[in-house]
Design a protein around this ligand. Structure first.
Ligand SMILES: NC(=O)c1ccc[n+]([C@@H]2O[C@H](COP(=O)([O-])OP(=O)(O)OC[C@H]3O[C@@H](n4cnc5c(N)ncnc54)[C@H](OP(=O)(O)O)[C@@H]3O)[C@@H](O)[C@H]2O)c1
Length: 186
């Protein structure tokens, strides 16, 4: 069975995800949900992998992403030796090869794709593209980086682990939708 890439993103009404390399909003409960989903494992001897573009990794408040094995993508190469649980890859294919490694498979449970734009887009085209955990923030913030349009092959599904309904927090309103790629083959 191929491993499953689960994408997770928070986008505002114009699908914006960042402005000047920063999130345009601060929503504590949404951040907690994001860290819970990416960090949660059933088998406590394992961790989840997060796949992240170099810019998102560099701008993140967490290096490495908490409780996860970090796969940072950078074509120009990146020295990540100072960060625990962190690997750098020059292509998505290299990262996929590591995720398919039989020995490494014993170390991880889920593989979460945490952006940014080009990483999400490239993952849509792989056989591993399984789900998008999509938070819609109800405000059209001014953004310069956007979530790429999802393929036509996704349908809405339920996942009881995500917040249900419209949530209000810190002056913001948001909702979490989960989309599944109908072409994903177990
Ligand atoms: N709202 C959200 O949910 C959300 C999610 C993710 C990110 N963001 C925000 O978005 C901003 C940055 O996003 P971004 O789209 O501009 O950048 P990004 O995807 O984080 O990083 C782009 C860089 O990643 C590397 N890269 C991407 N695809 C690669 C591949 N297939 N193989 C090898 N390297 C690859 C390249 O690094 P090199 O230049 O080193 O070669 C590329 O310049 C961040 O500031 C973050 O805050 C928001």
């Amino acid at each position: 069975m191929p491993f499953k890439f689960k994408l997770i993103v928070a986008a505002c009404e114009n699908n914006g995800i960042a402005k000047n390399k920063k999130l345009p909003w601060t929503i504590p409960s949404e951040t907690s949900y994001y860290l819970r989903m990416t960090g949660e494992v059933k088998d406590k001897t394992k961790k989840n992998v997060v796949i992240v573009g170099r810019k998102t990794f560099e701008e993140s408040p967490w290096k490495p992403h908490p409780d996860c094995i970090n796969f940072v993508l950078s074509r120009s190469g990146l020295d990540v030796s100072q960060y625990p649980d962190t690997y750098a890859f020059k292509s998505l294919d290299e990262a996929i090869a590591k995720l398919n490694d039989e020995e490494f498979k014993k170390e991880y449970e889920d593989s979460w794709v945490i952006g940014g734009n080009g990483v999400y887009k490239e993952v849509y085209g792989t056989e591993h593209f399984y789900r998008v955990y999509f938070t819609r923030v109800f405000h059209p913030y001014d953004c310069d980086t956007f979530f790429p349009k999802m393929p036509e092959t996704v349908k809405l599904v339920e996942d009881p682990r995500v917040p249900q309904g419209i949530i209000e927090d810190a002056g913001h309103k948001y909702i979490v939708h989960v989309y599944e790629n109908i072409n994903f083959k177990e």
